[in-house]
Design a protein around this ligand. Sequence first.
Ligand code: NDP
Length: 447
Amino acid sequence: MTVRDKLTAIFADVTRRNPGEDEFHQAVREVLDSVAPALQKHPEYADAKIIERICEPERQIIFRVPWEDDRGEVHINRGFRVEFNSALGPYKGGLRFHPSVYLGIVKFLGFEQLFKNALTGMPIGGGKGGSDFDPKGRSDREVMRFCQSFMTELYRHIGEYTDVPAGDIGVGGREIGYLFGQYKRITNRYESGVLTGKGLSYGGAQVRREATGYGAVFFAEEMLHAAGDSFDGKRVVVSGSGNVAIYAIEKIHQLGGTVVACSDSSGYILDDQGIDVALLKDLKEVRRARIDAYVQARPHARFNAGRPVWEVPCQVALPCATQNEIGATDAAALIKGGCVMVVEGANMPTSPEAIRAFAAAGVRFAPGKAANAGGVAASALEMQQNASRDSWTFTHSEQRLREIMRDIHDRCHATAEEYGMPGDYVAGANIDGFRRVAEAMLAHGLI
Ligand code: NDP
């Protein structure tokens, strides 16, 4: 059996064993499509069934989360934590609160996380969790009661040496605060390293909030530099207007680019003068408003309800909202609009058809598992600071983040060249991440 045949059989088995989990299948497929050359070079990985073991999470926890709203009505949500792989360190990965969350989404995110964490070169394994709870429109008290109920089960599965959750869609500083408070109360331990993304007043780290967005832009900057170019004067489109999007926009503006459009699930805003980041932060981080409120303060801007932001012509695009937000039609619109580079701030925002279209059109493309690794890298720095009871300055932390992103970029670039696929960041990221996990798993024996 050739290596390709083996991978085809493994993928068929993954789909059979995990029925209906389309996003998980998609994430596995993308990695399996890339790693054949690594398996050819290292037959010991196949002999030890490393791929088969990687595709099966070490542990999956599903639990009931009952809570009461402000009117006294009882609600039942479902909570998840998938502890995917601990070969490189404690499970590490965020929690997502969004009505679309089910096991297949959590598994795709956990699987991606494993390779992403490996790429950072830091001692962290892969995991992910969340709930189908929808925080939109809920009061702070309701979100607090939900978080307390969620942690009342989750606490028994996590710990600074076991599993360290953080934020993701719908989970930001407010939610991490409530989760940490409940963990501390139940365990009677001030265990700072059990969660990352904490507030600066109780053990959080500088630059963690900014890290995913800033990191994606640092990665994009490295790609531009590799082609003798820079952000200076570039017209950019960013999707989403949450944590990742806001700080990506902020950093692009600092580097001389202009972000002319961003979005939320209701539509997008177009502001040819450049998105006003202070206004966006006020709307989204303070007032928790919808994106159309932007045009009330900036009347020259336009709100386009229900339209994809990818119809706006740009040179660089950063999808920073959610999975599969760029389909084949969106890719065609981006290419037609003059886009030459796509860098994923979100996890798996580009569909396989869109990735193929970009490759065919010569659009440079960076996968999220490399480009958005800045968030988890900064989380690992937060864990380091918690362990040593230290706290670093903003400037120092940002410098560390920049170095880490440069290092990830260079290794993806070099690995793609080593395997005869120059410029293929998807192959570079998948092979480099996979090799790191595989080596550690081999060393640990059959577990
Ligand atoms: P937030 O909840 O802060 O923001 C998410 C943004 O995306 C919002 O503007 C939201 O709009 C939009 N969005 C979410 N779901 C959809 C949807 N189905 N359709 C259209 N728009 C949608 O999340 P983050 O910024 O933290 O996360 C964004 C992405 O980045 C996710 O893919 C996440 O996994 C990834 N990521 C995040 C990291 C982090 O550190 N936070 C680290 C690495 C990756 P609306 O409010 O209308 O729903």
